[in-house]
Write a protein that binds this ligand. Structure first.
Ligand code: ADP
Ligand code: MG
Length: 244
């Protein structure tokens, strides 16, 4: 179980996460939704201990999460990654094994096999020698998914994994999410828009600095909650109608 209690993050006076608490259980796929700048990425990074907390604690199986990061796979927003870094598909996935083998030890045969299986699972083994920067958005996201799988973590944090990916990758991500769920893993996924794929999630956290609602899709996606989170700017709810 992941327990987040009274999390507060303050960027030099700007309150980004304001007293957020929730608990996640094994086998749950939970979506974090909320407008741009709501603090979704900050919340994930705070859970991981990548930014200092002003207040709050994060525990996994009743112990501080920061002491057991081997159990956590984090897939950041694609925009946060340096795509010019000259690294191959295979080595991106291999990075997941560093925590298992240590930085200066060579990868074990077992690690190599785990990475091969993960890349095959997402259909990227054939492109293993390609530099990551040469791939399409969807292919890159699948490589990061393989990296997460190769880590053999128990908790998965995805930040907007569906942005800039093709339909095939989207379907593959949900397939893998379902498998991880059935293995009792916990998945926390930042979504970027309110749309039909929402039915894939068990539960939603709607945030805008504070936690506005926590529950099933029916409980969370109500006119009142959406108004609270997005204000009057709710073009998302009209599907793809945009502004025309
Ligand atoms: P979201 O992921 O929901 O779009 P973020 O967590 O990226 O939101 O940002 C939340 C707020 O914190 C925004 O107002 C953003 O400008 C601010 N912020 C994000 N990262 C930093 C940072 N490193 N330093 C200062 N302010 C930041
Ligand atoms: Mg973000």
């Amino acid at each position: 179980m992941l327990e987040v209690k009274h999390l507060v993050v303050n960027y030099r006076g700007l309150m980004a996460v304001d007293n957020i608490s929730f608990c996640l259980l094994p086998g749950e796929i939970v979506g974090i939704i909320g407008p741009n700048g709501a603090g979704k990425s900050t919340l994930l990074r705070a859970i991981l201990g990548l930014i200092p907390l002003e207040k709050g604690i994060v525990q996994f199986h009743s112990r501080t999460l920061s002491g057991q990061l081997k159990q956590v796979a984090y897939i950041p927003q694609r925009a946060q990654i340096d795509w010019d870094y000259p690294i191959t598909v295979e080595n991106v996935a291999m990075m997941a094994r560093i925590r298992h083998t240590g930085l200066f030890c060579s990868y074990s045969r077992q690690s190599k096999l785990i990475v091969k299986n993960a890349l095959e699972r997402v259909g990227m083994w054939e492109l293993k020698h390609r530099p990551i920067g040469e791939l399409s958005g969807g292919q890159q996201q699948r490589v990061f998914l393989a990296q997460a799988l190769a880590q053999e973590a128990d908790l998965f944090l995805f930040d907007e994994p569906f942005v800039g990916v093709d339909k095939k990758t989207e379907a593959m991500l949900f397939e893998v999410f379902d498998e991880l769920k059935s293995e009792g893993k916990i998945l926390l996924v930042v979504g970027h828009e309110l749309r039909e794929t929402m039915r894939e999630y068990d539960r939603f956290l709607l945030i805008n600095k504070t936690l506005i609602a926590d529950g099933t899709r029916q409980e969370v996606i109500t006119a009142t909650n959406i108004q609270k989170a997005y204000g009057d700017n709710v073009i998302f709810l009209q599907g793809n109608a945009k502004n025309d």
